[in-house]
Design a protein around this ligand. Sequence first.
Ligand code: SAH
Ligand code: SF4
Ligand code: F3S
Length: 471
Amino acid sequence: MEGKTTRISPADIDRQREFCDKIQEAWAARPSQPLAYVDTYGCQQNEADSERIRGYLTAMGCGFTDDEKAADVIVINTCAIREHAEDRVFGNVGALVHAKRAHPGQIICLCGCMAQEPRVAEKLRQSYRHVDLVFGPHALWKFPELLYRVVSRRGRVFETTDEAGSIAEGIPLSRQDGVKAWVSIMYGCNNFCTYCIVPYVRGRERSRLPEDVLAEIRALVEEGYKDITLLGQNVNSYGKDLGLDMDFADLLEKIEAIPGDFLIRFMTSHPKDASQKLFEVMGKSRKIAPVFHLPVQAGNDRVLKAMNRVYTREEYLDKVRRLREQVPDIVLTSDIIVGFPGETTPEFEDTLSLIEEVRFDALFTFIFSPREGTPAASMEDPMPMEEKKANFQRLVDAQNAISAEKHAAYIGRRLRCLVDGVGEEMGYPLVARTPGNRLVRLENGEECLVGSFREVEITGANTWSLTGRLV
Ligand code: SAH
Ligand code: SF4
Ligand code: F3S
């Protein structure tokens, strides 16, 4: 879908708050506070969207529960990235029939990326009749209005129109954490990697205005947030649509200038837009965390081309070299797809050699999953699943060895870590994060330290995490 970004006016959001009030009135006669259950799948974008949904639900007077049977409103915020994600959602939504039978007044809503797929919306319409409200990411800003239509008994509501996308400021937010916060800086994606559904369900790239982003971050820092992650499918192309003289690196510098002791992270970056200017800004920075998630997807040029990634292996390696020149201590992570249609085992081995060459700190690895409507879904895909799985296992084994070695090298180091929660394992009362976002289980410390930066000596390591002591 082509077209221009719609900016939702403050008056439109005020109207949504009025719908929140109307719903609250409609529910006022209930014997107890209405309860909502919000279940989130997928990436941080969806986590951030669920904070908006919870913000609206709070404005409607709802409390929250983790028990779907006790809930008056269920909201399932879905992900469409791989078939497995969709299957889980369909399984869980199907099972909600029983919760609803026990609680006939219950309202079940399904939103997020799956809702924006015509095939899914149709399936929900026909076969999941206990779902009352279906709306895609484009309609999230008017959730109260849609829910009010259901509450005032006008039947099932489907709001899944495709559009280029909008930007809405001022939606109430209910954040899940007091230390870490997500801040969306842009929405959508223009890259159309041939395997990926995101551009179809999230619309075109559009950036929030810098003053809105900066005001939100200033407020978060004043509230005591210490770890702020800027979100977008491709944050490196921030600002290109705004026609202002401001790119992502400039935005980071402006955020850095906000007074306060806090860390800035961002995700995700497309290698094609990761610029030397950005690396230099990171090199000079005291607040940008030394961590970079730079999805490579594959190590073979033919496969990269078929994926429409528009960089070569050599160009990727060159970016990594230049990034490490500016930020020698950088923690590097990446995403890889194994078994892209037509990928041969020798081509896959180029991915193996790339990860040996780069030595990422961690990888997110996926087996290709065909997504209807994307070009890759109709490409020849002759490799048997068995062989894909064997290649996948080789990749995971190789990376685990690298991660374990990299973690072992932390032992004995002292690092300024952010204590970000209480531990769930015996003998480790707290958990913390290194500047590069590695998980550290702390052997000592009191709960009151959560939310503070502390010197930690690293005492142990495994493939996934570190252990340490407060000094
Ligand atoms: N915008 C981000 C990625 C979003 S999706 C970026 O470009 O880096 C997260 C990861 O899911 C992708 O990096 C890719 O590795 C994986 N992925 C996306 N579509 C997929 C598919 N159809 N099958 C398997 N993995 C996929
Ligand atoms: Fe998907 Fe590619 Fe866009 Fe990432 S950059 S969201 S992988 S299309
Ligand atoms: Fe999934 Fe949508 Fe994120 S498809 S990965 S929730 S953008």
